[in-house]
Design a protein around this ligand. Structure first.
Ligand code: FAD
Length: 89
């Protein structure tokens, strides 16, 4: 797909906005991303990437190795009841 003469305005520079901008720009579109927040937030949470679709997407964006290099090493959490029976996965 080529978007040589397409201009796109994306509102929001969180996760989805820049990711969409990346793919649209790669296909030739001229992309502008606007964000209403005055600055980057100082806090954040870990992001969970799981499964082949996530990995393949990150690989195609050329950022998989960098993400793996910076991983925090968290593991899955399981909530159990007082008998030790799993109640969430
Ligand atoms: C309490 C909470 C905890 C979460 N924990 C996790 C977690 O641990 N792991 C995880 O993977 N996900 C988590 N999520 C989900 C995750 O935050 C969302 O799935 C993700 O942020 C969605 O990304 P987005 O880019 O679609 O939207 P958003 O992150 O909501 O970004 C929208 C952006 O658009 C901007 N914006 C809004 N209106 C305008 C406007 N008019 N003009 C310009 N800019 C505008 C906003 O300032 C914002 O930066 C959590 C969500 C919540 C609420």
């Amino acid at each position: 797909m080529t978007n040589k003469h397409t201009s796109v305005l994306i509102s929001g520079a969180s996760i989805a906005g820049p990711a969409l901008a990346y793919w649209l720009a790669r296909s030739g579109a001229t992309v502008t991303v606007v964000e209403k927040a005055p600055a980057l937030r100082t806090g954040g949470q870990a992001i969970d990437f799981k499964g082949e679709t996530h990995m393949e997407l990150l690989r195609r964006m050329g950022i998989l190795e960098e993400i793996q290099r910076r991983q925090t090493g968290g593991t899955d959490q399981t909530v159990i009841d007082s008998y030790g029976k799993r109640i969430t996965v």
